[in-house]
Ligand binder design. Structure first.
Ligand SMILES: *Cc1c(COP(=O)(O)O)cnc(C)c1O
Length: 465
């Protein structure tokens, strides 16, 4: 129901045509499509009418124009927007997982803007395969016969199960009850199995599963044994899991392939960095798993990708499956992955691959950076404190790396202060520990130090105002 207030206020609202005559909006309509600017103007006028119905008054024309400009700036600015990850979580799933290495970025740039031999054999002058080159690299890095890459590990597993246990052959896939896990984002092993057309056969118990449990479940309908690395949680106490090599021995005896979902897909020894041992791809391959599956953007430190390393005959089955085309990886992902894997071939991953450089960062180096921040910020509200960084990305649950944190005790609430850091020109993402807002130098690139210092200084100044 309209009333006098609403009628008066509605009448003083400008038309879309009138709005577009405002100098700023005219410029916007010149830079972007006229239709897009008109649509944004209509949405803003609708929002204003709703506010009037709730008892508000009509803003001035200039003010509505400014609101439209602000919205355009937010919605049409380049995206994803870079930010500073000061959380100390190295593989942060919400913040884009692994940052790429310099060689990987250069490879993406070279592949992105022009033509390439992505699917072309330059020597023969004929069609080639986008998997041939990367397959050889995967083989060289992991020790497997060959490899295959798709767009992420979830699709690699879906493809693997579809090709090995889908319609047209034996369908049963044996999984330990302790490994029917949810990875996150709704990805659950039992659901993926169902989606692939396979039949899940659960064996053992949540905490203890033996090789003999698998052995008794094998029959003429068995398509595969699936082992899943429970990446994001840990079962402790009275537990037992069947070792991969035992499962491979069983599989060989009974003619059943063993598929191993490693999750993170680690290629380096985590123990040398003070972390718990994370199963490596090389070991999975050496144990004889027919197919090993892992992500490109977790501990590999490359682009989003699902990597399969294994036995040529089985990998070929995946490559030929119709789903392979549906989960195909793009040229930029392939370029970045090929450069990232080359860092491992050069044994330079700990220097070149950011994820490993951060994990390997010595405590005294972190302390020096934190000390420099402290000096530059120069405020009684700021001090250094010992803390812990985590690897994240659903890998190494409960494992931490010692670090030195810049801790801010704000005058107002830690939430408000963390919000102010997020609203800096380049957002800075912090963590809250106890009542402190803490920033971890481990995950902040050298070139981002000035951004952190400026953001903290501004946030402190705003808090005192
Ligand atoms: C992360 C993870 C996946 C999914 O990998 P994405 O590359 O994110 O698709 C699958 N299995 C395990 C065990 C994982 O940890």
């Amino acid at each position: 129901m309209t009333n006098d207030h609403e009628n008066t206020e509605f009448r003083s609202l400008p038309s879309v045509e009138r709005l577009l005559q405002e100098p700023g909006l005219g410029g916007l309509a010149g830079a972007y499509s006229h239709a897009a600017v008109v649509s944004l103007a209509r949405q803003q006028l609708d929002a204003t009418r709703r506010a009037i119905r709730d008892g508000g008054t009509a803003p001035a024309v200039e003010q509505i124009a400014a609101q439209i400009m602000a919205r355009a700036e937010e919605e049409w600015a380049p995206w994803p927007r870079p930010l500073v990850n000061a959380t100390g979580v190295v593989i942060h799933t919400n913040l884009g997982r692994a940052p790429l290495s310099k060689p990987a970025m250069a490879a993406v740039q070279a592949a992105a803007g022009g033509y390439s031999d992505l699917e072309f054999d330059v020597r023969a002058g004929a069609r080639g395969s986008r998997q041939a080159h990367i397959g050889r690299l995967i083989a060289e890095v992991t020790g497997a016969e060959t490899g295959l890459v798709v767009n992420n590990n979830a699709s690699a597993i879906l493809l693997g199960l579809s090709a090995v246990a889908g319609p047209g052959g034996p369908r049963e896939v044996i999984v330990s009850r302790g490994e029917g896990v949810e990875i996150g984002g709704g990805f659950r092993i039992p659901d993926v199995l169902k989606q692939s057309g396979a039949t899940l056969v659960e064996v053992g118990t949540t905490n203890r599963t033996y090789v003999r449990d698998y052995a008794t479940a094998i029959n003429e309908n068995t398509a595969a044994i699936l082992k899943v690395h429970p990446s994001n949680f840990r079962v402790t106490g009275f537990t037992h899991e069947a070792a991969l090599d035992e499962l491979v021995t069983l599989g060989r005896e009974r003619g059943v392939p063993v598929l191993n979902d490693l999750g993170s897909g680690c290629l380096l020894d985590t123990v040398q960095y003070g972390l718990a041992p994370e199963p490596t791809v090389q070991r999975s391959v050496a144990c004889g798993a027919e197919l090993s599956f892992f992500s490109g953007d977790k501990l590999i430190g490359g682009p989003q990708a699902g990597i399969v390393a294994g036995n040529a005959e089985w990998v070929e089955r995946l490559a030929r499956h119709p789903l392979a085309r549906a989960v195909r990886i793009d040229k930029m992902g392939l370029a970045a992955l090929s450069a990232t894997l080359t860092s491992y071939l050069k044994e330079a991953a700990h220097e070149e691959v950011p994820v490993w450089r951060m994990i390997a960062m010595p405590l005294d180096v972190i302390g020096e950076i934190a000390e420099r921040w402290l000096q530059a910020i120069d405020s009684p509200a700021v001090r250094l404190r010992a803390g812990e960084s985590t690897v994240g990305g659903g890998s190494l649950p409960g494992e931490t790396l010692p670090t030195t944190l810049l801790a801010i005790t704000p005058h107002d609430s830690p939430d408000t202060f963390a919000g102010r850091l997020r609203s800096s020109a380049t957002p800075v993402i912090a963590r809250i520990v106890d009542e402190d807002v803490v920033l971890d130098p481990r995950t902040v690139a050298e070139s981002e130090s000035d951004i952190v210092v400026a953001a903290v200084r501004e946030a402190l100044a705003a808090g005192r105002a």
